[in-house]
Design a protein around this ligand. Structure first.
Ligand code: NAP
Ligand code: GDD
Length: 360
């Protein structure tokens, strides 16, 4: 039996790790590109490497989106059936501090990868998935954003992803490549990077519970997002490439919550009641009630959330909510995990992680 071969860029990231697991379960041979780093950067995929049943099915290679030679070399050797381009400088806030680097990696990096497939004369064989983003909608032009909504990017990150979106379509049209965009709304998990807001919250609260921190500092808590689970969304990346033609798809839960709601629900899940007071930069959240015997680090009226200027962006995307009816209809998709299940999974994992951290 001939197994399909997939090449994943960004395999060491949140989505890369879930996608690798998903494809291996589907009997793919999975190749991943990892960057050279001065410290270990494979913690999200080490368990896959250690799994004996994936021996000779899972391979890691050094490479970088900014090193076209490495891409051409790998693609010519692997000859993948499917390439998933998940690699990016993916932090919107950081992109304001690293606009040039973010643009190089996210825009030119995507071009490098597409062109490597073309150069290796694989344009008619290899399918290409581009990790596009709801950040493209930025200053929203329609109350629910679909594939037909105009883009209005508001950060160097979003602008760089706009180039990547269009160059993907361009290679589809010019060279008849099966090149598709998944326009994914925010998706989270216990493997989310710790500086993205949901994970920052679940990790921050866990540290407060275990007495490792006193207070969590956040930026714009009134920002609204459509949050799904990364595990559900990587299935969609795969489905996008199994569709009968290359196309672009919005993937979203179609439900929207604020950062403030996310914080409240995390505390609520733990049986802790908080109360908000103040406004603007002086807004704060304090503990009103909980089982103080169980949570010995907490005290009544303890201020656990504060607002810091540091976490506001020069240009904010305030409001995103997707319209995923195309994917629901054509790819037969519906999200499996709701916000409460997501919070439970993230809180349980981070509480256990910080409990062990405290024992060290
Ligand atoms: P992530 O956790 O930040 O992972 C990014 C990955 O890209 C990491 O493996 C990183 O390697 C790698 N990378 C960065 N620069 C690279 C370069 N120059 N060459 C090769 N690899 C490089 O991101 P994620 O949340 O999994 O997201 C995956 C993709 O989906 C990204 O393109 C992101 O922009 C996009 N996206 C994400 C969301 C979301 O809500 N998560 C929504 C829409 C779109 P290191 O581990 O070495 O840093
Ligand atoms: N990171 C962070 N840290 N964000 C905060 C904070 C904070 O302390 N306080 C409030 N926020 C707000 C941000 O201003 C933003 O409006 C919202 O919380 C979500 O921020 P992030 O979790 O950093 O995600 P993002 O929406 O900016 O970007 C993520 O989703 C995009 C899809 O829409 C990233 O994964 C992008 O790569 C992805 O394309």
């Amino acid at each position: 039996m001939k197994f399909k071969k997939a090449l994943i860029t960004g395999i060491t990231g949140q989505d890369g790790s879930y996608l690798a697991e998903f494809l291996l379960k589907k009997k793919y041979i999975v190749h991943g590109i990892k960057r050279k780093s001065s410290s270990f950067n494979t913690s999200r995929i080490d368990h896959i490497y250690a799994n004996k049943s994936f021996k000779n099915k899972f391979f890691l290679h050094y490479g970088d989106l900014l090193d076209p030679n490495s891409l051409t070399d790998l693609i010519s050797k692997i000859k993948p059936d499917e390439v998933y381009n998940l690699a990016a400088q993916s932090h919107v806030g950081v992109s304001f501090q690293l606009p040039n680097y973010t643009s190089q990696v996210n825009s030119i990096g995507t071009l490098n990868l597409l062109h490597a497939i073309y150069d290796c004369r694989l344009a008619s064989k290899t399918k290409f998935y581009q990790a596009s983003t709801s950040e493209l909608y930025g200053e929203i032009q329609e109350s629910r954003q679909s594939e037909k909504t105009s883009f209005y990017p508001k950060s160097p990150y979003a602008t760089s992803k706009l180039f990547a979106y269009w160059i993907t379509k361009n290679y589809r049209e010019s060279y008849k490549m099966f090149a598709s965009n998944g326009i994914l709304f925010n998706h989270e998990s216990p493997r989310r990077g710790e500086t993205f807001v949901t994970r920052k919250i679940t990790m921050g609260i866990s540290k407060i519970i275990h007495g490792l921190e006193k207070c969590l500092y956040l930026g714009n808590i009134y920002s609204l997002r459509d949050w799904g689970h990364a595990r559900d969304y990587v299935e969609m990346c795969w489905k996008v490439l199994q569709y009968n033609k290359p196309d672009d798809f919005v993937i979203a839960t179609e439900k929207q919550y604020s950062v403030k709601f996310f914080v409240e629900q995390c505390f609520k899940y733990l049986g802790i009641k908080i109360k908000w007071s103040g406004t603007g930069l002086k807004e704060y959240g304090k503990i009103i009630n909980c089982n103080f015997e169980k949570y010995s680090s907490l005290k009544k009226n303890m201020v656990v959330i504060k607002i810091s200027n540091k976490y506001f962006r020069p240009n904010e995307v305030n409001n995103l909510i997707g319209n995923a009816s195309k994917a629901k209809k054509l790819l037969k998709w519906k999200p499996k995990t709701n916000i409460h299940q997501l919070i439970k999974e993230m809180m349980d994992t981070d509480l256990e992680y910080t409990r062990k951290l405290k024992l060290k």
